[in-house]
Write a protein that binds this ligand. Structure first.
Ligand SMILES: C[S@@+](CC[C@H](N)C(=O)[O-])C[C@H]1O[C@@H](n2cnc3c(N)ncnc32)[C@H](O)[C@@H]1O
Length: 211
């Protein structure tokens, strides 16, 4: 019996680490249109203050974490690609980074509590149920009261907004588990969290979650 193939293995990201910062932030079309604005929106929604402890999930080359380090936050981060983490470590030598697959339980070193848990462009690798399971599992790692989870990702208000971008993208389109806010918001609310969705571009938006 063969093991089913992981649709998004870490190796797929390893080779990307070298060129990521030269290509992604300057992309004007799908899927990264609005990337910089999305990261800036995470910073705005997080309302982080100096000294806050912040965890960045799927930190990649550290572009989101770097913004919070500049605000004086204490940075913790994860990623399942070692080359990505190496890039992040070069930018943020004082941060604590862990090799970790977000689909697994967080390791004990990441018990927190964290004032903010953030993530950029990672959750679209997971189906909605998995997204909700992961964000719910993060709640015990949040400081209480006042902890906040802020997630930027490829997302659309609804299926028809996705279809519009898909038809304009042509060959650039790739099917992944992009967020549809009109499905995700009620699913997250049903799991007991408050959530707000802010669209940032035609294919990006930011979810802010609180207990
Ligand atoms: C598009 S990049 C985003 C990087 C960074 N957060 C940013 O905003 O630029 C996606 C990142 O998520 C990581 N990733 C994807 N699936 C993951 C998983 N299951 N567990 C941990 N990291 C994952 C990849 O290795 C990659 O670094």
């Amino acid at each position: 019996m063969s093991t089913p193939q992981d649709p998004f293995p870490a190796e797929d990201f390893d080779d990307w680490a070298e060129s990521y910062d030269q290509t992604v932030p300057t992309t004007t079309g799908f899927p990264f249109a609005g990337y910089t604005a999305a990261l800036e929106t995470v910073v705005a929604r997080a309302e982080a203050r100096p000294g806050m402890r912040l965890l960045d999930l799927g930190t990649g080359t550290g572009n989101l974490a770097l913004r919070f380090a500049a605000l004086g936050c204490e940075i913790w981060g994860t990623d399942f690609s070692l080359p990505m983490l190496q890039k992040a470590r070069e930018k943020l030598p004082a941060a604590r980074f862990f090799l970790h697959d977000l689909r697994d339980n967080l390791p004990p070193e990441l018990a927190g509590p964290f004032d903010r848990i953030v993530s950029g462009y990672v959750f679209h690798h997971f189906v909605l149920d998995e997204k909700v399971r992961i964000v719910t599992s993060l709640v015990p790692r949040l400081s209480s009261p006042g902890g906040r989870i802020v997630i930027a990702d490829i997302s659309f208000p609804n299926q028809s907004a996705l279809d519009k971008v898909k038809s304009a993208a042509g060959d650039e389109w790739e099917d992944e588990y992009y967020w549809l806010a009109d499905e995700a918001v009620p699913a997250i609310q049903e799991a007991g969290l408050r959530v707000d969705y802010s669209p940032v571009s035609a294919c990006a938006g930011v979810f802010t979650l609180q207990v």
